[in-house]
Design a protein around this ligand. Sequence first.
Ligand SMILES: *[C@@H]1O[C@H](CO)[C@@H](O)[C@H](O)[C@H]1NC(C)=O
Ligand SMILES: *[C@@H]1O[C@H](CO)[C@@H](O)[C@H](O)[C@H]1NC(C)=O
Ligand SMILES: *[C@@H]1O[C@H](CO)[C@@H](O)[C@H](O)[C@H]1NC(C)=O
Ligand SMILES: *[C@@H]1O[C@H](CO)[C@@H](O)[C@H](O)[C@H]1NC(C)=O
Length: 374
Amino acid sequence: MAAKRRREVSHLIVENNEEKKELTLQQRLCKYCKIFTITSVILIIIVFILAFVVLPLIFMNTVKWQEWLIFHNHNVTPQNPEFRYPEKYNMEAVENLYVTVDLSSHLSLGVWYILPEQLISNGVTPEKDLNYTKVLFDENFPVVLYLHETNGNRITPLNMYKVLRRFFHVITIDYRSYGDSNEGNLSEVDIVKDVVFMYKWLKRRTNGEVFIWGHALGAAISTRAIAELQKEKIVPTGLFLEAGFTELKELLLHNDIIKFFSWLPWFNATVVDALEYNGFRFKTQEDVVEVNCPIMIVHAEDDHVVPYTMGEELFKTAQEKRNVTVQGSVSFYLFPGNLVYDHWRIYQAPELPNYIENHIDVCREFHRVSEETT
Ligand SMILES: *[C@@H]1O[C@H](CO)[C@@H](O)[C@H](O)[C@H]1NC(C)=O
Ligand SMILES: *[C@@H]1O[C@H](CO)[C@@H](O)[C@H](O)[C@H]1NC(C)=O
Ligand SMILES: *[C@@H]1O[C@H](CO)[C@@H](O)[C@H](O)[C@H]1NC(C)=O
Ligand SMILES: *[C@@H]1O[C@H](CO)[C@@H](O)[C@H](O)[C@H]1NC(C)=O
């Protein structure tokens, strides 16, 4: 009897022991599970901090990153550009030259001078020894200074030159650090200073009218340059804005990388304000009010780089905030999306030459009247 009881007790103890063992195994497993969870959480937090705190902070403090975001001056098409041989791009009667815009830092810009089409058909032959400077000075065609977009160089807008050279001597430049221009600090102030220099350089080489044509970032630079020239009471004959934007920080919100960060509470402090602090303004909507010559704006409805609503905004601002009588009129041509001109193909529009011709007339009339009244 007693022996049986003892056996039962010892059996109980054994069972108990096994239960304990099982428990500790479970506990151990749970411990691993906890460690795993904690590690994952820590990793996620680290990645989050790196991506959404450290990255914006580095961006905020690194001008080079900001430049990279705004200026796409490398790897643009065409690959391996040959600026010295415009004929390789089916462009005849083009002179390639370099203009020193800043003597102290020996900074030169690459320039193409494209003869007006009519001069070629009139027998001005683009021989090796043609004196382009003399042609520019003697031949009575208006001149247009062309400023390209961020994603290109002076070769990229070839097709637009073919339209423009029907009306103008076309002078097209590469900004500092673009194309085969010298490297320089890519600040808005410096680029605009170069363009202002080029405008004056050009004015000394012609008796004719000088227009400015800017595409996208080039539109922002044109407008800013005209606002700067205005401080010296210098007014170009007319301005063309192709796919212009209202201001840089609004345009950046359409950039996929930037959009990814835009929900952060510190987005404004680390991205938007940092750009402005480092002088990347490009506030065309403000600058356009300072433009004292007629403006023509063109935009394609399906432009997926610069939304057409920005061109529309520029038009509205230029119309409402400028005194049209004193500062000149502004026109806006929106090309329907089904024509798929997008950001780069407005040159295809059959109406474009008429619009340009009309704008030249509007500008002439404006300057004739304002000369009479002063
Ligand atoms: C080209 O023409 C300009 C203006 O007429 C003149 O000053 C310059 O010396 C000429 N250049 C050459 C190489 O003949
Ligand atoms: C370019 O920028 C750097 C850094 O902001 C500055 O130290 C340097 O003096 C600038 N160079 C010129 C030529 O302005
Ligand atoms: C950033 O500033 C703009 C105004 O400039 C404001 O509309 C927006 O809500 C701000 N974003 C954040 C995340 O604070
Ligand atoms: C524009 O300027 C002219 C000349 O200063 C002035 O007479 C006219 O009233 C102004 N128009 C508007 C809409 O302000």
